[in-house]
Design a protein. Structure first.
Length: 384
């Protein structure tokens, strides 16, 4: 069902926004429309799957970066699920060859080839516009300056753009809710289940404490302001998919990257704790992983030049401080269904100002490494 929806919805993402009724006609599947666009996802999951583990694995796509539960009437879980299952028209997840740096290098090359001038280390302080001409005030280590522009395309979060424009954000972004843990390993850990080779176990998504009931219990605990007693998480080993992420020497020695995405870790759990809650959350998250392993993950970690283990944990508050993500929300704001309505504009990138456009995750149909908001902002500028 989701594959059919993916095939039909994905091509619409780089066109002008369809209306809700138009998208329903494009989906052309009453059952799928009701399951994904109208009723809380939990209803569809429970009517189709009976096993607690299978239900949970399906639900995780609805909870990435989204602090919610299966029966949330706001349907934010449905929107998160939808974007996770329609990518490329198949729902398949991809890893950029060479890592994310290769993607930004390719963007840089394309921009330079098109005669763009790229200025890094420029913090934007404010954006002023009269709808036709705009001014962007910035600060660098050498001082402040102003750039004049016909149009401003902003990939900061909508709440940040509102602040730069001197406006109140329409609604504050919901808090981020993930603990991200990045690791470099000397070797993949052996599993307690000897029947599964580590390379196979970590080749896809490795789910930990993510059954349907465990996800629900963790959400309830976190919503009450407590660290989940059994934090759900999932792990990806990108270097198994693309060994070029590591240098040839490390790859040859059997090193691997592991990245863990922990769910139900809202920003509120970390406020005012001065890093203590981060350490507690990290310990609590690694415990159920270690329970699946024959050797603790700590024994497999590589050591850096100072002899310290190569592991870093990032809370929503860390992402807010390091990257300016409001509340540490990885999608910049709640994801939207991919259709238009009152005030959404033609492309889903428009703001109250004709020449100021969103070109990042906060646009309608944004929220991931897709390039879609950038494409759509360009179309809007070109007057399509
Ligand atoms: C932990 C985590 C895991 C994720 N996993 C995935 C995934 O597996 N797949 C996927 O598709 N997406 C994933 N995402 C989401 C994806 O990373 C984002 O959707 C994407 O990076 C958004 O790109 P963007 O260019 O819109 O915004 P950002 O990447 O947030 O870039 C905005 C930039 O603006 C800068 N900025 C902010 N304020 C100012 C200012 N005043 N002046 C100048 N610069 C400023 C910030 O420093 C930042 O560099 C993940 C995100 C996180 C945080």
């Amino acid at each position: 069902m989701t594959r059919r929806v993916a095939r039909r919805v994905f091509p619409t993402l780089t066109g002008p926004l369809p209306s809700r009724a138009e998208l329903e006609r494009i989906v052309d599947d009453k059952e799928a429309w009701e399951a994904l666009f109208e009723h809380p996802l939990g209803t569809a999951i429970e009517s189709r799957f009976s096993h607690d583990l299978v239900r949970g694995v399906v639900l995780t796509d609805a909870l990435i970066g989204t602090f919610t539960h299966a029966h949330d009437q706001s349907l934010r879980q449905n929107r998160c699920f939808l974007y996770h299952v329609i990518g490329n028209g198949t729902g398949e997840w991809n890893v950029p060859l060479g890592g994310m740096g290769a993607l930004t290098d390719a963007l840089t090359d394309a921009a330079l080839a098109a005669c763009a001038e790229i200025l890094v280390g420029h913090e934007v302080l404010s954006v002023a516009t009269d709808g036709t001409a705009a001014e962007v005030r910035y600060r660098t280590v050498r001082g402040e300056g102003v750039l004049a522009a016909g149009s401003v395309l902003a990939n900061v979060a909508p709440a940040t753009l509102a602040r730069l424009l001197g406006e109140e954000p329409e609604q504050p972004a919901p808090e981020g809710a993930q603990l991200k843990v990045n690791m470099l390993l000397r070797r993949l850990p052996r599993l307690r289940d000897r029947a599964v080779a580590p390379r196979n176990a970590f080749a896809g998504t490795f789910h930990i404490a993510e059954s349907y009931s465990q996800l629900d219990a963790a959400y309830r605990e976190a919503a009450e302001g407590r660290l989940p007693s059994l934090p759900p998480s999932e792990i990806y080993c990108h270097s198994l998919t693309d060994p070029s992420i590591l240098g040839p020497e490390l790859a040859e020695r059997g090193y691997h990257t592991l990245t863990l995405f922990g769910l139900h870790m809202p920003a509120r759990l970390f406020e005012g704790t001065d890093g203590v809650a981060r350490e507690e959350a990290l310990r609590a998250t690694m415990a159920p992983l270690d329970a699946c392993l024959e050797e603790p993950i700590a024994d497999c970690l590589a050591l850096d030049a100072d002899g310290l283990p190569c592991i870093e944990a990032r809370t929503p508050l860390d992402l807010e401080a390091d990257l300016g993500l409001p509340g540490g929300n990885i999608f910049h704001r709640d994801l939207s269904f991919p259709y238009g309505g009152e005030g959404t504009g033609r492309w889903g990138v428009e703001t109250a100002h004709r020449n100021v456009l969103l070109c990042g995750a906060g646009a309608i149909r944004g929220g991931g490494v897709s390039g879609i908001p950038g494409h759509n902002a360009a179309m809007a500028v070109l007057g399509h």
